[in-house]
Design a protein around this ligand. Sequence first.
Ligand code: ASP
Length: 323
Amino acid sequence: MKKTVLLAAVATLASASAWAEFPEKPVTIVVPFAAGGPTDKVARDFADVLRKSLNNQTIVIENVGGAGGTLGAGKVAKAAPDGYTLLLHHIGMATSPALYRSLPYKTEEFEFLGLINEVPMTLIGKSTLPANSYAELSKWISTNGAKVNLANAGLGSASHLCGLLFQSTIKVDMTTVPYKGTAPAMTDLLGGQVDIMCDQTTNTTSQIEGGKVKAFAVTTSKRLTSPALAKLPTLDESGLKGFNVSIWHGLYAPKGTPKPVVDKLNTALKAALKDPEFIKREEALGAVVVTDNRTNAAEHKRFVESEIAKWTPVIKAAGQYAD
Ligand code: ASP
């Protein structure tokens, strides 16, 4: 073996053994939205199983809400690249670059650790709305126009994307009300301070089941199969032809995180996604755990790039920007 090849092999072994015990202290997962919301719920359930493959280390969830998830993502991009600060984020990784003229991070500033799940969304309204079907809601919105308050989790959030497409499809500009996450938005919807919202089934299923909110439609192209949501029509079959929004969550580390740590986190992620308890919890909330090759770092990255390419022209056509 040539001397340079030997030296490289020795260096790789040395760096792998330096990280062999990772993690030796608690790992923080930053959730870029408020506690109690759908991203937070996925992160807490996921962390519960992830830790089993990470020396049973404590995983701390840190909620850094604001600016549609971009503040939390920016915080992780600038964190020490040692595997102890991670980001669990959703489709905002693909939509924010099209929505903001400047972001506190670049997509290239992350290591991709694997996709976790896919989650449909639902269009819901406060319980006192004078509408009991999508057709009635549509009439009520046309009559009230800008007086309708549409809640979201800020520019770049999933609820924002869904609400933006909804408004541009029906050609009505409503008044959008941004929150640090859809947990506080749901509190206001339950209290009747806002009228409607588009949000993940992971946050809406129990409120729909409990009759606390009115559910008008699902945003996917096909009806859902979960018992609580199967009766809901799709927006597509309700007249909004081609409407199809489903979101996803993935795990990220700051760029430059050592390869042995990235590999260990990816192996732990794959093990967590096979955990029957996690799969069951996600299914009950209408989410689907990813089992295909997007759980690999390279495929996860390619998928996010394809989502950026897919959503950028759609967002630009819908005509919305932030600074
Ligand atoms: N559901 C939120 C969104 O619209 C985020 C959250 O609160 O988890 O992106």
